[in-house]
Design a protein around this ligand. Structure first.
Ligand code: C58
Length: 550
């Protein structure tokens, strides 16, 4: 086989994680394939990669070894902002992109409807042909249009909930078979603490923590309660398998999560970050520990909350959401499970894994994600959306607090297979008029109707007045917003906690889960492009100085 020199590609090809994409090819062939991608006539490749606005530049350079930077290559450019990558599938001249469709989409191959969660359909970015994912390889009709539009990239999610726990998920590409000849990329060597310059940060590693128990799990992450051995302080540790990040079409949401953590560290109602570190197989976010459990757990014991309590939580959550919105972040995953209570009973939002950053007022995005019961109608309709989706979710959550059930409670339909599906839930969210229990006050009914308006432009918090419309809503009349933000308002409920590590408020689901992490698997690690995670390590200087006080 012809040997090609190692080449660094432009910014747009750098981050793609070759090995997951060019299956069955060795490193040189993959480079050749990538090269051919840049001259769009490569016939045998059926999976290619592109970036929005990719301008097809090359680094005309040869690095010392694979994975090393070229002379003059500034790696920091690859980690800027949130960029979404899309995977394209080439069949019969079509270039298909995985997409989520609304209910009016039909497959050009089998004629059936394309609908459901996840990127269940493919659309040709040239001729706009729509097909099922499962049908795309069978398409015989050649593509009629050679023109390629630059397109935005989308990610998806699924899960299910009424007043039960449900995971928020992003769809990911089908895993490719492992490659035989992938040279393992060098893992950035952790800086040994004793080698640090005086005054610089110490880094953390897994050995610094004792793993106490599993407290939560999502589709991407496992969350542990841990103790920092040196100080005996307790933290929550979110563990993400790198293989899940690189298999995905979107490889930079981890970066977004870290940015949001950095933003959040300054707000009383958002969990802050202690540190980040990595092993060859995993990423670790060490998070300040919030001890009072979550609102889901609390609700499961209370059935429904007095209006006074719901008002307090809704108001603190509003301040947290508004803080994120002002900084260009859509939270996108507000649900009972993500609202934690601290030892005094104030709220803190956790899990920034679904956040969208860099959103300016009036900007929109179109990613399909969230947790089904909380997904706003505009997302389901496939429309562009903005901060409005968070106010919708706050409406769902406030309804749950006040009524003790979801506004889209479809549990009565559980026995009917036709009605026990996500499709049915989405249809209910899109079409059903929300019934407010008569037991609620007029003001409570009004605030729920305000947030649960199916039209985002008319929704409470989304009009001209923006956040001020929420602040001045009659339901929140008794709230002193400034005092509230200073944590000067006494919470209506104080979680019962006996000592630092009281487990009484923790969800019982995880009691039997083994707390250890499975040992690293060499073949799995060989497929990970470690350069994706360079610079992930982080230590929060504020929390560090606090620690040094003890
Ligand atoms: C709580 N719902 S991020 C357990 N789950 C989580 N807890 C915390 N952060 C996260 N202090 C989660 C999950 C995330 C993504 C995947 C899904 C689960 C957390 C952060 C800071 C405490 C927890 C319930 C709970 C709350 C408090 C203690 C124990 C359990």
């Amino acid at each position: 086989m012809m040997r090609l020199p190692w080449v660094c590609w432009s910014e747009c090809v750098r981050e793609v994680g070759w090995q997951t994409l060019y299956c069955g090819l060795n490193a040189c062939e993959r480079l050749a394939a990538a090269h051919q991608l840049l001259s769009p006539t490569y016939p045998s490749l059926d999976v290619i990669i592109a970036a929005p606005g990719c301008n097809r530049r090359l680094f005309p350079n040869v690095p010392a070894a694979p994975g090393m930077p070229c002379t003059g290559e500034d790696r920091s450019i690859y980690r800027r902002g949130a960029r979404r990558w899309r995977k394209l599938y080439r069949v019969n001249g079509h270039i298909f992109q995985a997409k989520r469709f609304n209910r009016r989409a039909f497959c050009a191959y089998c004629q059936d409807r394309i609908w459901g969660l996840g990127r269940q359909g493919f659309k040709c970015i040239q001729c706009k042909l729509l097909v099922h994912k499962k049908c795309h390889k069978l398409v015989q009709k050649p593509c009629s249009n050679e023109h390629v539009d630059p397109i935005e990239v989308k990610d998806d999610a699924n899960g299910e909930s009424t007043l039960g726990r449900a995971a928020s998920v992003r769809s990911r590409a089908e895993p490719e078979p492992p490659l035989p000849e992938t040279p393992p990329a060098p893992v950035a060597a952790p800086v040994r603490n004793e080698d640090l310059e005086p005054g610089s940060q110490r880094q953390y590693s897994l050995e610094d923590f004792e793993l106490i128990r599993v407290i939560g799990r999502g589709s991407y992450a496992k969350v542990l309660m841990v103790e920092l051995k040196r100080t005996k302080r307790v933290y929550a540790m979110k563990v993400i398998k790198k293989a899940l990040v690189t298999d995905d079409e979107d490889i930079d949401w981890v970066q977004t999560e870290k940015h949001v953590f950095e933003t959040a560290s300054n707000h009383p109602f958002l969990v802050g970050l202690h540190s980040c570190f990595q092993t060859p197989s995993r990423l670790f976010f060490v998070i300040e520990f919030v001890r009072g459990g979550d609102l889901m757990f609390h609700m499961q014991r209370q059935r429904r909350l007095p209006e006074e309590h719901a008002r307090f939580y809704a108001a603190e959550i509003s301040l947290a959401l508004h803080f994120l919105h002002e900084r260009g972040v859509i939270y996108r995953d507000l649900k009972l499970d993500n609202v934690l209570l601290d030892h005094e009973g104030h709220i803190k939002l956790t899990d920034y894994g679904m956040c969208k950053e860099g959103v300016r007022p009036g900007d929109t995005t179109s990613t399909f994600c969230g947790t089904p019961n909380y997904i706003a109608p505009e997302i389901l309709r496939g429309e562009e959306y903005g901060f409005s989706v968070d106010w919708w979710a706050l409406g769902v959550l406030t309804y749950e607090m006040l009524a003790g059930r979801s506004p889209f409670d479809i549990s009565h339909a559980a026995d009917n297979p036709d009605q026990n599906t996500e499709d049915y839930l989405f249809q209910v969210i899109l079409e059903k008029t929300i019934r407010i229990p008569r037991s609620l006050s007029v003001k409570a009914a009004s605030v729920l109707k305000g947030f649960l308006n199916k039209s985002p432009s008319e929704r409470l918090g989304c009009g001209e007045g923006g956040f001020l419309d929420i602040v001045s809503h009659p339901f929140f009349k008794s709230i002193e917003w400034e005092m509230l933000e200073q944590k000067q308002v006494v919470p209506p409920f104080k979680p019962r906690l006996e000592g630092e590590r009281d487990l009484a408020n923790f969800p019982p689901e995880f009691t039997d889960e083994p707390v250890h992490l499975t040992p690293d698997n060499d073949t799995e690690i060989a497929d990970i492009d470690q350069s994706e995670f360079e610079g992930f390590e982080y230590v929060n200087p504020l929390l560090m100085s606090l620690e040094d006080c003890v």
